[in-house]
Design a protein around this ligand. Structure first.
Ligand SMILES: Nc1nc2c(ncn2[C@@H]2O[C@H](COP(=O)(O)OP(=O)(O)OP(=O)(O)O)[C@@H](O)[C@H]2O)c(=O)[nH]1
Ligand SMILES: [Mg+2]
Length: 358
């Protein structure tokens, strides 16, 4: 399951975003450091393709893909030297798959703190870069000594030096020109700025018609190095507390479309290069997440390692084609199910069955 860690200044709306996505459960309050212990939650990835396939197959069970959110406490300028909650709690985001910067863009005099998203971004990036520098400083000399004896460590030391130089200039690694291969070599160090970034700009409820305008400077500043999304977190959190029709009505009335979770997950999947394939039957219909570019055996391995090890072939049809025909059996009889081998690159929206032998 993919994990997303929320990072932002106090009162940026991290806990509110958590509530908007996970459907509640976190304390959101207009004072700094309302969150001290992290909130961890899981949300189902909405997927109407899955819902429709499940209906077609009269599946007894429907299993959506899921994502995990970690809402941590607020970060302030000077956190690296112990201000606010300090940066010890950043340990909670060391192991997330992507960092979500929550940048405040709403104006509300009852809620203290800066409301310029670019200023928020600047402070966050400095603190994370400083935390990474600290991590490197404590390790780099030791590694260097080891590398004198063990030459195989030289590449790693070079990667650490490169990261250090960039961070010392105040540039987060994800925004630097450090090549992907070096970033990969740095993975085991769990550096905070070496993770993929998604910036969520929290837009005020009175600015719904200006979302693009408020998000634009952030997108320009990040220049394609991060995914950027504008969300009116407060309204979305309120909508998330409603169920069924009421929720749909509120979202529709506000012109919010399918809601924050749908948009968030869509952007997050883009960021991480994630795709979905589906399985369907009377017992169960299920969505499976895989990395773009995966071949059939790897995709099969998402279900069970035996499926990957003993992979023989896959039977495949696009989800919409299958729906149109009406059932797997009919599709098979009509010769519409493709047979694919080991080299098949799985596509988003493929419905699959695997043949394997172990
Ligand atoms: N007016 C307005 N208020 C908002 C919006 N988003 C969040 N708030 C309010 O701002 C306050 C802070 O929100 P939280 O979600 O608790 O912020 P946080 O980032 O979790 O804060 P800490 O846990 O203290 O770091 C709450 O009172 C929210 O109701 C918004 O879009 N508009
Ligand atoms: Mg909070």
């Amino acid at each position: 399951m993919e994990r997303f860690g929320f990072v932002g200044l106090p009162n940026a709306g991290k806990s509110s975003l958590y509530n908007a996505l996970a459907g509640g459960g976190a304390l959101a309050a207009p004072y700094a450091f309302a969150t001290t212990d992290p909130n961890v939650g899981v949300a189902k990835v909405p997927d109407t393709r899955l819902d429709r396939l499940a209906e077609m197959s009269s599946s007894r069970k429907v299993v959506h893909a899921a994502v995990q959110f970690v809402d941590i406490g607020g970060l302030v300028e000077g956190a690296s030297t112990g201000e606010g909650l300090g940066n010890r709690f950043l340990a909670h985001i060391r192991e997330v798959d992507a960092v979500v910067f929550l940048l405040r863009g709403f104006v509300d005099t009852d809620v203290p703190g800066p409301d310029d998203p670019l200023e928020c971004l600047r402070v966050l990036e400095i603190e994370l870069a400083l935390a990474d520098l600290e991590t490197l400083e404590s390790q780099i000399n030791k590694k260097r000594k080891q590398a004198r004896v063990d030459k195989s460590l030289q590449a790693e030391v070079a990667a650490l030096d490169e990261a250090y130089a960039v961070l010392a200039e105040g540039t987060p690694i994800y925004r630097s020109d450090i090549p992907e291969s070096t970033r990969e070599a740095l993975r085991p160090w769990f550096l905070l700025t070496n993770k993929p970034v998604m910036a969520v700009v929290n837009v005020g409820e009175d600015d719904l018609d200006r979302i693009d305008e408020i998000v634009a400077p952030v997108a320009a500043e990040l220049g394609g190095r991060a995914e950027v999304l504008g969300i009116c977190v407060q309204l979305e959190a309120e909508a998330a507390e409603l169920v069924g029709e009421e929720r749909v009505e509120m979202l529709e009335a506000l012109g919010l479309g399918e809601g924050a979770l749908e948009r968030f997950v869509h952007t997050a999947y883009d960021l991480l290069g994630l795709r979905t394939f589906l399985t369907t039957g009377d017992k169960e219909s299920r969505a499976w997440t895989f990395r773009a570019g995966s071949k059939a055996p790897q995709a099969a391995g998402r279900i069970h390692t035996d499926f990957e090890r003993g992979f023989i072939r896959a039977e495949v049809i696009r989800w919409d084609e299958l729906l149109e025909i009406g059932s797997w059996a009919k599709a098979k009889a009509a010769g519409k199910i493709r047979v694919e081998g080991k080299e098949y690159v799985v596509d988003d929206g493929d419905v699959m069955e695997f043949l394997f032998n172990v």
